[in-house]
Design a binder for this molecule. Structure first.
Ligand SMILES: [Zn+2]
Length: 334
């Protein structure tokens, strides 16, 4: 399904304005690169752009959605639009040859022709070189839209011939509200939206039992650290070490732990930002009350230190024991 113009404008206000200005001033170029992370709406915005430039009844820089061209674009039957995806790991030279012969075929409909290359960073050298000349001097009114999540992997010769359109990351509030529309709790969406910026990944993570378990274990540990070192170490031996074995699991757990201390700082500062663990607010308030900013900063430093030690392959039990001692240091609970 293609997102509505309002939704796209909320997610990518700058890009949408840029494209609408191009239309308005009648300055459509030969080639664009849409550069942005996964989930930033590149594909939908590309379809919007094609529609805007093909629609028979554009009003206020928005396509009508009801004319013959808009409808054919929606249903994937628009003969002036050609799309290619990587065939396996790369975009092959034959795909580019097909594309060029398709674009230069006579007997086409009137009007501008478009091609969209998905994952354009996967053009290999020979396919990129074949594309190059056509990109610069297409036959007739042709516009290329290259989509990528890895702009820097695109050959500079291609980059220099395209207008670079940079997509911004989706604001956290939008990811959170979309997740809640899908029935995911506020607390889970608050956490997941910090771990990833891609809605699809976010939703699957929110439904992942292992992730829910990791989140729970981390919060248990924060509460235990608040009480005393023995309880903290008990949680480490009894739950943390058995739960997080792979390096990626430990990294995620340490990130989740870091977010907890960031929340505590936010609570202490009375910040209005949405917490990563909204349900923990009263417990975090108590911790904040008993901690100075300096202590909290040291605690966050020691979590980052643990992450570095993990990179250096430090013994994982030792790493966690040291972290617990560091987190405990300076606490004044009785
Ligand atoms: Zn239309």
């Amino acid at each position: 399904m293609i997102e509505s113009v309002e939704k796209l404008t909320k997610v990518q206000p700058v890009v949408m304005k840029q494209l609408q200005t191009i239309y308005e001033k009648n300055r459509t170029g030969h080639a664009y690169i849409f550069d942005g992370a996964k989930g930033t709406g590149k594909r939908d915005v590309a379809m919007f752009f094609v529609k805007l430039l093909s629609c028979l009844n554009v009003s206020k820089n928005v396509p009508c959605e009801t004319c013959r061209n808009c409808k054919r674009i929606d249903s994937g039957n628009y003969p002036n639009l050609f799309q290619i995806e990587p065939d396996g790991q790369s975009i092959k030279i034959d795909q580019i040859r097909d594309l060029i012969s398709e674009m230069t075929r006579t007997g086409f409909e009137e009007g501008r022709k478009f091609y969209i290359i998905h994952h354009a960073d996967r053009l290999n050298n020979s396919s990129a070189n074949t594309l190059l000349k056509f990109l610069e001097e297409p036959d007739g009114e042709v516009t290329a839209i290259l989509l990528t999540e890895a702009y820097h992997s695109i050959l500079p010769t291609i980059q220099s011939r395209c207008q670079h359109i940079k997509f911004s990351d989706v604001p956290r509030e939008i990811i959170m509200s979309r997740m809640q529309e899908q029935g995911i709790s506020l607390s889970m969406s608050a956490t997941v939206s910090l771990v990833t910026n891609d809605l699809e990944t976010a939703i699957s993570l929110a439904k992942d039992e292992q992730f829910a378990h990791a989140r729970k274990t981390v919060l248990k540990l924060v509460e235990a650290v608040k009480r005393n070192i023995h309880e903290a170490l008990f949680i480490v031996y009894d739950e943390w070490l058995p739960s997080f074995k792979e390096r990626s699991e430990i990294e995620l757990a340490l990130d989740l732990l870091l977010f907890a201390y960031r929340d505590i700082v936010a609570v202490k500062a009375d910040s209005k930002s949405v917490l990563v663990y909204p349900e923990m607010v009263s417990s975090f308030r108590e911790i904040a009350l008993h901690s100075t900013y300096e202590q909290l900063s040291n605690q966050m430093q020691s979590i980052l230190q643990a992450r570095q030690n993990l990179q250096r392959n430090m013994n994982r039990t030792l790493m966690m024991e040291q972290l617990m001692l560091n987190l405990q240091e300076g606490y004044t609970f009785v």
